[in-house]
Design a protein around this ligand. Structure first.
Ligand code: ATP
Ligand code: MG
Length: 645
């Protein structure tokens, strides 16, 4: 693919970067050739340990066994707060931007310390101790961060359930993790609408007799039904607590949190992460991948209910003593200019978001962006799905004014931290590629027989050696962990994603392996066909799946969302087909194009192709688990307008 544009590191950027190309190469080589030495040095540099480790790692991917920093002892809240106090007590740790543009708050490290310690004492007073699981079901308010860190203060294990999930989904996760305490709020506020969190929690708790305490933050002051037996107001509870809580020093391999994956591919799994390795890689990647430097204001738009929020709103930034922005609202409210207004208001330097948000903002038009300054921006980032080159270029040109490198970060809930990503001062960019591995990460492509593909080629993306922030288990079901990640290709961690490696060694995620198209024996990634469709100026978003086809084995079924204000017609369909043929070849010609006003997405904004596959195949009574859908009505519309009806 010689026609792929390449974006070299801007000269100005090179002058001030933490890691240039030479240093990336030497550090990467050291991480692969002398891993024990490399990781020991990083662990000493990034974290404060109560007791050092006796062995760096003891891992065996054949058995799904992973351990790091054996016998090392530390406390996460001490690393994220206490140790920064001598230098940063009055530095802002969290900038909170409310849903309402008139509302914001600045929380210093000293205040963060006080709030976290009081809540930790309150949890202890309610009988929570090391190893106990605490469920957090919260809006994006500072108390969500306090709750996470308060758990770590006393060695409790948190399990955050995204505030957009239903009572049923919440109940399943509370039960699966065996939580006995819940922390929630009266209501959330998103895009000017109230989310009835307490009401949902009440419905879930009716089926969770083990939960003895429900701590409720008063966010909106909306009406709630009160149950004296378990409900307690957050502000009343913490008011009585001392401002210091003795931290529980835990083992590097003690559990830190459980997080259920978003459910793009099936029944959610409780991914278990432990303490030392996770915190180290979250901190390292936050610093190096975003080129985070002293004084930078950093904003990740994710929700703390997703792993991106865990690693890149809370743990990575706070471990580094950074200023992290936490946003309660949504990118399109009050209007599509909101993100850039917030960037200007708080002088944000680093902005990290998801392709789904970028495509939505691109669909709304450039004016929303260009009327703002954005002069503070230095680095942009994306995560969550392959980003179509068209959306990448828009982000680069319109949002970043051709000045800010974009770090396309490929990773998973299970990997805990970035795995493939360009360090912005070191790696030339290619739109649509997550580029090269982070330190210590050894990606390989394996074919269907489990043989490694050498050089440029395509295959199943696997990781060949253990990394510190790796999944340790599926909570309560280690066999499921082994079956899912370690059995398909013994000796490797299998990601479930397909990828291509080009002649420069750059990786291109082609989509989930389950989604790969096989048309007349030609294998193609859904991402490639979707990116071709999105090139058309009238297309905002596209999702492509295979469906059974008598002659070709699989045909290509494309669901296409048009830009605001565009009318669909048959001529446009012809243009789209021609575009796929021109960009990829005749084999990529969609057999069916269905106009889709909306696409089924998970609550983190990812397209759920498994449901689209069922609709395309007309298997409407076996849509599978739809509980993690953001908007079930979208599916009804797609079924009603299914091609061939
Ligand atoms: P589930 O595992 O429950 O189906 P999920 O895989 O969507 O849900 P996450 O762990 O949040 O849950 O997402 C990880 C997946 O997201 C990756 O395996 C990959 O398919 C996709 N992904 C994440 N970042 C990128 C990226 N930068 N480029 C391409 N794909 C990405
Ligand atoms: Mg996954």
């Amino acid at each position: 693919m010689s026609d792929v544009p390449r974006y070299p590191v801007p000269e100005d950027f090179k002058k001030k970067t933490l890691i240039d190309n030479e240093r990336y190469k030497s550090m990467y080589d050291a991480s692969i050739n002398n891993p024990d030495e490399f990781w020991s040095e990083q662990a000493r540099q990034f974290l404060t340990w109560q007791k050092p480790w006796t062995q760096v790692t003891r891992s065996d991917l054949r058995k799904g066994k992973v351990e790091w920093f054996i016998d090392g002892k530390l406390n996460v809240s001490v690393n994220c707060i206490d140790r920064h106090l001598p230098a940063r007590a009055n530095q802002v740790a969290i900038i909170w931007e409310g849903d309402n543009p008139a509302e914001d708050k600045h929380i210093t490290y000293a205040e963060l310390h006080r709030e976290v310690n009081k809540l930790a004492n309150a949890l202890r007073a309610r009988g929570v101790k090391k190893g106990d699981r605490v469920c957090i079901y919260m809006p994006m308010i500072p108390e969500a961060t306090y709750a996470m860190l308060a758990c770590t203060r006393i060695g409790a294990v948190h399990s955050i359930v995204f505030g957009g999930f239903s009572p049923d989904a919440l109940k399943d996760r509370i039960q699966n993790a065996g939580c006995e305490v819940l922390i929630t709020a009266d209501e959330g506020l998103r895009g000017g609408k109230r989310v009835p969190l307490k009401k949902n929690a009440d419905a879930a708790l009716a089926h969770c007799p083990e939960v003895h305490t429900n701590i409720v933050v008063r966010r909106t002051g909306g009406d709630v039904v009160w149950n004296d037996a378990k409900d307690v107001w957050y502000h009343e509870l913490v008011a009585q607590q001392a401002e210091f809580c003795e931290p529980e020093i835990v083992d590097a391999e003690d559990p830190l949190f459980i997080l259920y994956t978003s459910g793009s591919t099936g029944k959610p799994k409780g991914v278990l992460h432990t303490t030392g390795g996770y915190l180290l890689q979250a901190a390292m990647t936050h610093k190096y991948v975003f080129d985070y430097q002293e004084g930078d204001v950093y904003w990740c738009t994710a929700d703390v209910g997703w792993v991106t929020g865990h690693s890149y709103i809370v743990y990575g930034p706070l471990a580094n003593g950074a200023t992290t922005l936490m946003f309660e609202g949504v990118p399109t409210w009050p209007d599509a200019s909101r993100c850039w207004q917030v960037v200007d208001k708080h002088k944000v330097n680093i902005f990290y978001t998801a392709p789904t948000a970028i495509r939505a903002l691109m669909g709304a038009g450039d004016d929303w962006v260009t009327k703002t300054s954005r002069a503070s921006l230095r680095v942009l980032g994306t995560v969550g799905e392959p980003i179509n080159p068209e959306a990448w270029q828009w982000f680069y040109r319109v949002v970043g004014d051709n000045r800010c490198p974009i770090v396309d970060t490929w990773w998973q809930t299970e990997t805990g931290a970035h795995m493939l990503a360009p360090l912005p001062g070191a790696i030339d960019l290619k739109p649509g590629s997550a580029t090269v591995p982070f330190f210590g990460v050894e990606p390989v492509l394996v074919d269907a027989e489990g043989n490694e593909v050498q050089g440029a080629g395509e295959g199943n993306l696997c990781i060949k050696r253990a990394w510190p922030s790796q999944i340790r288990s599926v909570y309560g079901d280690h066999q499921r962990c082994i079956d899912t990640y370690y059995s398909t290709y013994p000796g490797y961690y299998f990601t479930g994603d397909g990828a291509r490696r080009d002649e420069d060694g750059y990786y291109w995620i082609t989509g989930r392996v389950d989604d790969v198209l096989n048309v007349s024996g030609h294998r193609m990634g859904t991402a490639e066909v979707e990116s071709a469709l999105v090139l058309h100026e009238s297309v905002a978003e596209a999702a492509v799946v295979g469906y059974p086809h008598d002659i070709k084995g699989q045909g290509i079924y494309a669901y296409v969302t048009l830009m605001d204000g565009t009318e669909p017609d048959d001529n446009l369909k012809k243009e789209l087909v021609a575009l796929c043929v021109r960009e990829i070849g005749a084999i990529a010609k969609p057999d069916v194009i269905q106009w889709a006003p909306g696409l089924p997405k998970t609550r983190s904004g990812k397209i759920m192709r498994r449901i689209l596959r069922k609709i395309a195949a007309n298997e409407l009574d076996s849509l599978g688990d739809t509980t993690t859908l953001a908007d079930p009505a979208v599916v009804d519309d797609l079924i009603a307008n299914r091609h061939g009806r």
